[in-house]
Design a protein around this ligand. Structure first.
Ligand code: PMV
Length: 351
């Protein structure tokens, strides 16, 4: 493809701004969940979390600085963004502009490859790609850790999509200044043994969620009597999860992931009023997962802020797991994902 010439930037060019950049990032699925913020403004979580970045559904985001323009222009999947989606992107760009000391507005064009209405969150891949592209365009010189910190401000889970394979997102120090907390809250890669993991993704409902994860987290932290005990047990889950990953022990990884996710949903069910993302179809898939285990196939489920189920298993069992899941929810769609790459910039011919 043709290399694009960057927008003219005057003095900004001398500070390292490229004027335009394209980045790609993949979604991630948490095996130890992020649920609950201790600071909404800085997006500081209450607990550490750990995820696998996927090798499917990349988001590609292109940004071009538009000196002289009066506002940002944001296109998501070919349509002009508005409302809350636009507000979040503009707020994120404001943060980048403030750090870069550069006021230029931008033209942002972002494409998700999640099949339309697949019902899978794209905020992790979206903000990881936007953070990388915007940092390059505005001339912020960030290493992966700093990029993860920045992506966190767009969407918490995006901090983990900066890295490939398995990543842990540190909550950061609970006491100290805001600057110290911000500095300590970023993701980093997690060492993994011979795991050969796959996630079978069962999309049982492609509709939009009824309660945003932001609102659901807030309500859970504020009102659920189960929240604190889950947060405490999640710390133990993380320690055990790291050991299980290092040992390449898929059974232990799956057991810990499943109990952590079910515990997170229990905290929501106990919130006032309750937040319930799990649907009858979710439970039908969970029954299928139990049957697989009874038949000797290590398969374990995890669910996020929606009814869809991701089943962790060995790559060699993935076809069988996918068949079981497909039979359980004939109307749903099923696909197999493996560990994927971290966020990267595209240059010239890659675009
Ligand atoms: O980053 P957000 O605001 O989309 O929150 C994601 C929260 C969960 O997906 C439910 C769990 C997680 O760790 O990804």
């Amino acid at each position: 493809m043709r290399r694009e010439s960057p927008a003219p930037l005057g003095h900004a060019r001398e500070r390292g701004a490229t004027g335009g950049a394209t980045a790609v990032a993949h979604p991630n699925i948490a095996l130890i969940k992020y649920w609950g913020k201790r600071d909404e403004q800085l997006v500081l979580p209450r607990v550490d979390s750990l995820s696998m970045t996927l090798d499917v559904f990349p988001t590609t985001t292109r940004i071009r600085l538009a000196p002289g323009a009066g506002h940002d222009e944001v296109t998501l999947d070919g349509r002009p963004a508005g409302g809350e989606a636009l507000r979040r992107v503009v707020a994120f760009l404001d943060l980048v502009r403030e750090r870069a000391g550069l006021a230029h507005r931008a033209v942002v064009d972002s494409e998700n490859t999640v099949p339309t209405g697949a019902g899978l969150a794209s905020s992790a891949s979206g903000f990881a790609a936007l953070a990388l592209a915007a940092a390059a365009a505005y001339g912020l010189d960030l290493d992966a850790t700093a990029l993860s910190r920045l992506a966190r401000r767009g969407s918490g889970s995006a901090s983990r999509s900066v890295f490939g394979d398995f990543a842990v997102w540190h909550a950061g120090p609970a006491s100290g200044t805001a600057a110290e907390a911000d500095l300590g809250s970023h993701a980093e890669p997690v060492p993994v043994g011979d795991l050969d993991a796959a996630l079978v993704i069962a999309v049982v409902d492609a509709g939009p969620k009824t309660v945003s994860s932001r609102e659901a987290m807030r309500r859970t932290v504020d009102t659920s009597p189960l929240y604190e005990s889950w947060a405490v047990s999640s710390r133990g889950d993380l320690t055990e999860m790291r050991a299980a990953l290092l040992a390449g022990d898929i059974e232990a990884v799956g057991e810990i992931a499943e109990r952590n996710a079910l515990g997170m949903h229990a905290t929501m069910l106990a919130a006032r009023p309750a937040v319930r993302y799990l649907s009858p179809a979710t439970l039908t898939v969970l029954d299928g997962v139990l049957r697989l285990r009874r038949d000797g196939v290590p398969a374990y489920a995890t669910m996020d802020a929606g009814p869809n189920v991701k089943v962790l298993c060995r790559r060699t069992d993935a076809d069988r797991v996918a068949r079981t899941v497909r039979d359980a929810v004939p109307g749903g769609s099923v696909l197999v994902a493996g560990p994927g790459p971290g966020a990267r910039l595209l240059h010239g011919d890659d675009r």
